[in-house]
Design a protein around this ligand. Sequence first.
Ligand code: C2E
Ligand code: CA
Ligand code: CA
Length: 669
Amino acid sequence: MTRLRRRRKGSRLFALYAVASLVLVTILGAVLVRGAQNVGRSRGLDQGRAQAAIIEQMAIAPALSGADLSAGITSAQRDRLQKATDLAIFSGSVSQLHLLSLNGVVVFSDDGSVLGAVPVADPAFRSAAAGQVDVRIVEIGPQSSVAIRVLEPVIATSIGEVVGVLEVYLPYGAIAEKVQVETSRTITRLALGLVGLYAVLALISWGTTRSLRRFAADHLHQALHDPLTGMPNRELFRQSLDDALGGGRRGERGAVVLIDLDHFKEVNDTLGHHAGDELLRIVGRRLMESLRTDDVVARLGGDEFGLILPRGGSHEETIDLLTRVQHELGQEIMLDHVALSVEASFGVCFYPEGAETVEGLLQHADAAMYRGKHGTSGVVVYDPGTPLNPTHALVMQGELRGALEREEFVLYYQPKIELATGRVSGVEALVRWQHPQRGLLPPSDFLPVAERSELIEPLTEWVLRRALADYRTWTAAGLDWTVAVNISARSLGSLTFADRVHQILQETGVRPSRVHFEVTETALAFDTKLAGDVFGTLAKQGIPMSIDDFGIGYTSLSQLRTLKVSEVKIDQTFIAGLPDNEKDRAIVRSVIDLGHNLGFLVTAEGVEFQDTADWLLDAGCDHAQGYLWLRPLPWTDVARVFGPKAPTTPQFATLTASAEAWAGSEREA
Ligand code: C2E
Ligand code: CA
Ligand code: CA
């Protein structure tokens, strides 16, 4: 939603709020005014009642001096009444006055007339005759002027009984005026109060809508931006892509680019998350600086970024631009005093021709990026002619999950030869995926994807369980091979891994000393402290620990000293050049000496030729593995070659030849 639309929505909300409170305040005002008017009116009536009571008590009752009115009054009484009431009539505080006997006969009136008095049948008269005062506002005279009429019972003071009814009309004008003045004063105060109240309410509602609006805006921003870099996140990227595709349908051209950093995990793991975060911020900044303002740059998660380049020029121009951006990204970065250069894979899909949906565009750009990751460097453009790369990570992850459930993995084993005797001391388990369509896949085809997701953990556990089950079978068949299992960096980074292993060993009843764990040097470099701890815990359980691919990673000498290592396996890159390459010879000899001095066994990997094996034996290397003896095979095949019935001193050449025949299903590495 745009800012303007949000603001408009906020103003509408405020207006609604204002109108609603105005209506409420008006209703409240009307009720209060009505109340004030009623109070004024009843004050007027009370005043009338009091005035009539005074007249009755001060003038009428004394003038009658206890006479019964049923028989009329005497002229002396009339004179006294006349005298007593004249002043009130004259001064205008009373406009009419009648004195009635209890049977309704007018015995005295101010003007001497006997007409115009309240009839005896009137309930008001009856209630006054019964002793109740009746006060009401009425209209009198030809001008229908408003007056207060009071029907007051006349009490004969001597006997305390009602002897007649006094009917007094008091001019209402003066009272009404007074009441009016007071009422309007009250109303003015009320109105001022209400206006104040309304203003406060409006202020509160305005403040509330404003903070609500700000809250909603913040919330929206958070939902659509990456907290680390402040850049748009995957959601906003998709929305922008949807907008861009809308443009695409109107014939606008553009490109979507997915960027994935290479080796980011290593930076994160070796220099720490702090440095990793800083790297991501720098990359984000560089991307934004090297593009136009209307290009969208987003962080899609992890080390993945996305670009939308609307209104692009020709394909060549876009690729040129991206190549420049890639070069810009590659400029040296100093992180914690370490100089790094960022390499990144770029996958591009042009629209509208590349795909018509957001999903399609993303998938195609992703496929292109993965093609970049697996070989082709530079900026890779999605080509509709090439089918979707089957190693596409997301597809692969889904497939791997299914493969674990369906148990499509198999373990092949490669024997480890004791060089001095030519005997097999153990085997190394190497996983393969028996893919229903693509056949037997080597680990390099699926392990990187598994390691990028959490799938590596169940896979490692499966490998361990399978290897232990196989171990029990060949032990029962009389073979005394140990079994080596490869452990990924992720497992060494997991606090629960050692416990899981302990539990599995207990369940299967295999002695820890018969299982070897191989950990690559690179895995040890990751989050060194935790990896070292997990490594130590496993070693303490009695599992011999090997350092795999030794020589190409970053194990420090101090790590070799502190870790409880049983074996180092020299990486095959150093073995391949033996015995001719002088430098390789020097390196391998030093590693053998180093290992022995530290109390480790030393194993050479990737031995393919007899003269290499001879040289290694001569140099004092303990064990070796390689195609020279056997390629990795199902253990039953390994047993056919090296089992109890096989010749004790195997002829390497012949064995290799026969193993090759069995390895028919095994893909060339
Ligand atoms: P690795 O642990 O160094 O295993 C040795 C690799 O070298 C194996 O490749 C093996 O087939 C190959 N190899 C053995 N002898 C020779 C030789 O004479 N010449 C040449 N050129 N190669 C030889 P593979 O089976 O493809 O495995 C590759 C890597 O995948 C392994 O390297 C290991 O790091 C990883 N891996 C395999 N299985 C597992 C597993 O179950 N879990 C984990 N985490 N990693 C595994
Ligand atoms: Ca290994
Ligand atoms: Ca290795």
